[in-house]
Design a protein around this ligand. Structure first.
Ligand code: NAP
Length: 289
């Protein structure tokens, strides 16, 4: 049956820059059609300097909500009326819900992370884990891992502008959860190797290995890669990064961030609509390559 936009159709979408490559409009519009919801989801190219006026329009025109991607995930926080606990701890928002005119910020990247790990048969509860990078996605995965019962979490970051925030993140995780978190310099090869050797899950949350940097690995040394270690790269384009290639050769179980993307979208959909996204249909249509 053909879908007709009507006088009742509500809108929402994705704010960020660039956004034209995003799979989110296809994913959410298919889910709305499957469930007979008269909403549309569009991509809006919005840089941080235009967020205030964009949000004013979204509020006035009764948008159901929106997703936020780079570079707006942090800047958007100052224009919102409330934040979920996860968004506060992570310090970034990727989903906003319009609750009767109040814009409430959430972060579903963490849920996307834990669901995709669970699907691959890895149990976070009681595990020891190393994560490379403490930007928006790394922080979301780190907080969620701690909330899911990871016992020891090693965060590795460069000693750059984000170092102080990474220190605060490790301190906050120790204070607010039962997880023991520490921070290491990503360039301290021997310390990083010891932590990876003690871990059963290694996660790359740096952009090193993305299409623009393909052929590069975020690890200074591949020696800690071994059988028994599971390696996840949050990057999904390319599907097999240099890190995943190296890890596969060393006998590690490996997977990329594609299903994290699917599950963060499913959680955003649930927050907006109160209904479950038809995940298997979406997976078959857009994520089965
Ligand atoms: P971000 O906020 O910019 O954070 C990037 C992190 O990586 C920071 O800690 C940054 O440290 C570090 N980093 C950047 N360049 C580096 C380099 N050359 N060497 C070592 N560390 C470096 O980015 P993000 O949003 O967290 O995204 C990180 C990755 O996750 C990207 O590849 C993104 O595509 C992917 N991602 C995937 C999903 C998914 O659903 N699968 C969702 C979100 C993001 P500095 O502060 O020192 O630069």
């Amino acid at each position: 049956m053909m879908y007709q936009i009507s006088g009742h159709t509500r809108f929402g979408g994705l704010l960020g820059s660039p956004v034209s490559h995003s799979i989110s409009p296809a994913m959410h519009n298919m889910a709305f059609r499957e469930l007979g919801i008269d909403w549309v989801y569009l991509a809006f190219d919005v840089t941080p300097d235009r967020l205030r006026e964009t949000l004013k329009v979204f509020r006035e025109l009764n948008a159901f909500g929106f997703n936020v991607t780079m570079p707006d995930k942090q800047s958007v926080m100052e224009y919102l009326d409330g934040l979920s606990t996860a968004a506060q701890m992570i310090g970034a928002v990727n989903t906003v819900v319009n609750q009767d005119g109040r814009l409430i910020g959430h972060n579903t990247d963490g849920f996307g992370f834990s669901e995709s790990v669970r699907e691959k048969g890895f149990k976070l509860a009681g595990a020891e884990m190393t994560i490379l990078g403490a930007g928006g996605a790394g922080r979301a995965a780190a907080v969620q891992a701690a909330l899911c019962g990871v016992k020891k979490l090693h965060i590795a970051n460069r000693r750059t502008r984000s170092w102080a925030a990474a220190e605060k993140l490790a301190e906050q995780i120790c204070r607010m959860t039962d997880c023991e978190a520490d921070l290491t310099d990503l360039d301290d090869g021997p310390a990083l190797a010891r932590q990876i050797e003690a871990s059963t899950l290694l996660v790359n949350a740096t952009p090193v290995g993305m299409a623009s940097q393909s052929g590069r690995s975020p690890l200074p040394d591949t020696s800690p890669l071994r059988e028994g270690l599971t390696v996840m790269d949050l990057i999904y384009e390319p599907a097999r990064t240099r890190l995943l290639e190296d890890a596969g050769r060393a006998g590690c179980r490996t997977f990329n961030g594609m299903y994290m993307l699917l599950w963060q979208g499913a959680e955003a959909f649930r927050l907006w609509t109160g209904q479950e996204m038809p995940v298997e249909k979406i997976r078959e249509q857009y994520f089965s390559r």
